[in-house]
Design a protein around this ligand. Sequence first.
Ligand code: KG4
Ligand code: ZN
Length: 342
Amino acid sequence: TDRPLILGIETSCDETGVGIVHGHTLLADAVASSVEEHARFGGVVPEVASRAHLEAMVPTIERACEDAGVKLHDVDAIAVTSGPGLAGALLVGVAAAKALAVGLGKPLYGVNHLAAHVAVDQLEHGPLPEPCIAMLVSGGHSSLLRVADVTGDVVPLGATIDDAAGEAFDKVARLLGLPFPGGPHIDREARSGSSVAIDFPRGLSSQRDLQRHRFDFSFSGLKTAVARWVEARERAGEPVPVADVAASFQEAVCDVLTRKAVDAAADQGIEDILVGGGVAANSRLRVLVEERASARGIRVRVPRPGLCTDNGAMVAALGAEMVARGRRPSGLDLPADSSMPV
Ligand code: KG4
Ligand code: ZN
């Protein structure tokens, strides 16, 4: 069928997500997050995440079915994130999906988490623009991808060589005494600060770096530069202008991300950029990517923030596309592959 009813399960990091879609229509998107359990550690703790997935899995499946007004046996197929992500966390979702597929006698589709971040956009804006450049920026990944077919032809053009963009936001927020996860707090602080107050470094942007790392990112040098700047202030006994540091740091991240995404599209002769991942919620990133892309005749799609962060609907969306495009289901030997390439 070209409007299959798909249940999708996502457990690659700290959100237990169960989504239900009917073709391109979103019916339910239930998410249980263990983010508060990780907050006091300042980052996601894999063991804590796995355990939280186990506890949340069945209630979240039940809630999704209730929200969608469907019974489990009405579902046409089960989709699940099989990688990349935290190994133990992925295993919980994959095991649950296999159990459902066997119990219901329905096909199982293992999907790639990054491709799912791209596919989710069709739930909001309709059929995906293919080919497109996908810029995926979250706490766990920062990649530029060339997507010719979201169900199978996705080529990485570049990625971070150290920290992910969201990780940089979280680390800098911590330096500034802001809560975890720090991205939304930096975003809010930055609104009352100046983005040109401090000239923080743009990673992998020198002529020399561009030769080898044209579409790659690096954020650890930026994080260190912010730490040094803040320490110097504190040593001098001067107050730290949190809003200015936040705005200037955010500008450095967004400047590099948007410049490289637009360059990648222009280089590949592609007219659409799709942004995904938790950092896609950043207000400055949204404005800057639109501004720079439209100046070069490139369109931009960004799903609403709730669909950008990890969720089950994105997995269901990609599962629906796999069914619609006649892809073969996975076997029951589907692995949880923590370092799965796109
Ligand atoms: O996609 P996501 O929910 O989970 C993964 O990491 O896969 O992304 C979470 C990341 C966190 O690092 C968080 O700080 C960041 O997205 N984030 C933001 C904003 N909202 C969330 N970063 C910058 N600005 C935001 N408004
Ligand atoms: Zn993600």
